[in-house]
Design a binder for this molecule. Structure first.
Ligand SMILES: Cc1ncc(COP(=O)(O)O)c(C=O)c1O
Length: 429
């Protein structure tokens, strides 16, 4: 496989872009080797600048749920662009997208569009603080909520301690109102609420933690969080940026159908259909505190952009029950192929999933926390990543990421994957 052109582009990129990339994981630092530069995609496959074709399990980290360059999405975007790509004023399509989101996801009574999941989270946190007149936000280890300063916070040494800045540039002041608790640690959450419940504005959690590999909730952790936040007058923010409209027509919430509602929900990825669009949504009473109805400030030059809203709306309309069945089928097939391949060569592994979202840990243990995820054999993952890449399969370039499938990962693609993963497993055994 020649990667001459990717190598040239990466050298050139590094002259003008830090590390050559617009988001760090793309640089392959975790797995080593040469990042590929891409120029086209169609359905389940992507093609790099050297002409190598790969079956894609990254899918732009989730948005390309109906495959790359879906003809209906492409046509509708072209049609929209012909009438201008932005007005900085209201457009019908953002209303239609908000209606579609609300219709699918009942707790999303009102929706405010932004351009990234990070912005959605930032807005949700501000709203929660304003609505409760409290400062403290509780988050969990291994849960990622974008690069908001107050979320780039690591746990201290205790089970539920004040956050410490996790990146230079995050000040102790920005970190001090974030408390980081170990995921799935019910006792630590109870203890925290017993002592500081009156200070807690909100708890934020990934509907299914999938940014440290896919970590399984123990028991009904989200319901527990809803209950305890309600008891203490704190808000519950469910982060569905990754899971929203992917796990089902209404995301994790639609898959599990709990009897409760979150106060606020953050969405991104699928709702933009591959364009920069995300949203904060939730209870009207809370959402109405946003300007101009309320006094909580939030704005954006390109927020609700009509091109992105069109792509998102068409994508959601394409996400029929048949599409969700196809996603589940593809994910199930991929997981089975991985298990069969590793069992046949004796590689310790655990494949974890919730619905069609899954990841592979190189350990025999079930993983319930980030701390546990870190005990896996990362060097084995890195070898697996490169072996698959050489077979023409592009998976996330890190041992701590979930894999994504699209409705275009059909039987033929999954047969190709089965062969590739078999060969990769033999290579790294
Ligand atoms: C659960 C979750 N929340 C928030 C974000 C941040 O979204 P964005 O990358 O669009 O800023 C991500 C991104 O992967 C995410 O997975």
């Amino acid at each position: 496989m020649s990667i001459t052109r990717s190598t040239e582009w990466h050298e050139r990129a590094q002259q003008v872009i830090p590390g050559g990339v617009s988001s760090p994981v793309r640089a392959f630092r975790a797995v080593g080797g040469q990042p590929r530069y891409f120029e086209s995609g169609s359905g389940a496959y992507i093609t790099d600048v050297d002409g190598n074709r790969y079956l894609d399990f990254v899918l732009s980290w989730g948005p390309m749920i109906v495959g790359h360059a879906n003809p209906e999405v492409v046509e509708s975007v072209i049609e929209t662009v012909r009438h201008s790509s932005s007005f900085g004023a209201p457009t019908p399509v953002e209303v239609q997208l908000a209606e579609e989101i609300s219709a699918r996801y009942a707790p999303a009574e009102k929706v405010r569009f932004v351009s990234s999941g990070t912005e959605a989270v930032m807005t949700a946190l501000r709203l929660a603080r304003a609505a409760t007149s409290r400062n403290v936000i509780v988050k969990f280890t291994g849960n990622y909520h974008g690069h908001v300063d107050s979320m780039l916070v690591a746990a201290g040494s205790g089970v539920a301690t004040l956050g410490l800045p996790n990146s230079p540039g995050v000040t102790p002041g920005q970190a001090q109102d974030t408390v980081v608790v170990q995921y799935n640690n019910y006792d630590a959450v109870r203890e925290l609420f017993d002592t500081r419940g009156h200070e807690i504005a909100a708890v934020i959690v990934e509907a299914v933690p999938a940014n440290a590999g896919l970590i399984l909730p123990e028991g009904d952790f989200n319901s527990f969080l809803r209950e305890i936040t309600e008891q203490h007058g704190s808000l519950f923010i469910l982060d569905e940026v990754m899971t929203g409209f992917r796990l089902s027509a209404a995301g994790w919430y639609g898959l599990l159908q709990p009897s409760w509602t979150p106060d606020l929900i953050t969405f991104g990825k699928v709702i933009g259909g591959g364009y920069p669009l995300a949203a904060v949504a939730g209870r009207a009473e809370v959402m109405n505190q946003l300007a101009p109805l309320g006094s909580v400030y939030q704005a954006g030059t390109l927020s609700g952009n009509p091109v992105a809203a069109t792509a998102g709306l068409v994508t959601l309309k394409l996400c029929t029950p048949e599409v969700y069945a196809a996603l589940d089928y593809a994910a199930f097939g991929a997981m089975q192929s991985i298990k069969d391949a590793f069992v046949s060569v004796g590689i310790p592994h655990t494949v974890q999933s919730v619905g069609n979202l899954f990841s592979v840990f190189f350990t025999n243990e079930t993983v319930y926390s980030f701390e546990q995820a870190q005990t896996q054999d990362v060097s084995k993952f890195n070898a697996f990543f490169h072996a698959l890449l050489n077979q023409g399969v592009y998976i996330p370039p890190s041992a701590y990421e979930a894999w994504f499938v699209s409705s275009m990962h059909d039987a033929e693609a999954m047969e190709f994957f089965d062969q590739a993963v078999g060969a990769a497993a033999q290579e790294i055994a």
